[in-house]
Design a protein around this ligand. Sequence first.
Ligand SMILES: [Zn+2]
Length: 218
Amino acid sequence: MNTPRTLIFIGPQASGKGTQAKLLAQKINGLYIGTGSMFRKIAKEDTEFGRYIKEVLDSGALVSDKDVEEMLRENLDSTSDEQRVIFDGVPRRLSQAEFLVNYMKSLGKDDIATFYIKLSREEAISRMSARRVCVACDAAHKIADPENIKDCIKCGGKLVQRADDMPEAIQKRLDIYYHDTLPVLDYLKEHSNFYEIDGTKSIEDVQNEINQTLGITG
Ligand SMILES: [Zn+2]
């Protein structure tokens, strides 16, 4: 099949959906829209909006639909007809899914595929507790022994635990995920080509499965 112009990655935190979305974007030269990292970048800015977003993110809550929509319009209004767009971190609730599907249709990108990366709550918690990010290069690492391993293997930078990877925030994020995001799946099953992928497999296996599904070779 022709690779769809709208590709949505959805799944619980630490399911690997971000990694897969970025790999696919590279492969097909698509535009990667990762709302999580975009908002984390804004949260570092010393502005009123930056401080507001930081507060929302640190608490483990979600940014508002209005903020998400504004962000999407800003990044997508000027894309060409052929440009493929890969979403990571949006939609997170039903209202966002409805907006996204209708908005992409209005841009002429109405061929939509969803990859749902499935992962159990227990596995998600265990992966998130082990996650550290590098302050220098922003790489994420799974660290089995965080007491002793404190430097990034890529660049030697300092590894830190993201505020939203702390135990309380983890529980809150997963609660929100299961409460808000699961209805999104039902909506996307109806309004896109929907593929379910086993997120416990290796990054490479998941990537191969996605490429095969899309008919991408090499
Ligand atoms: Zn690094």
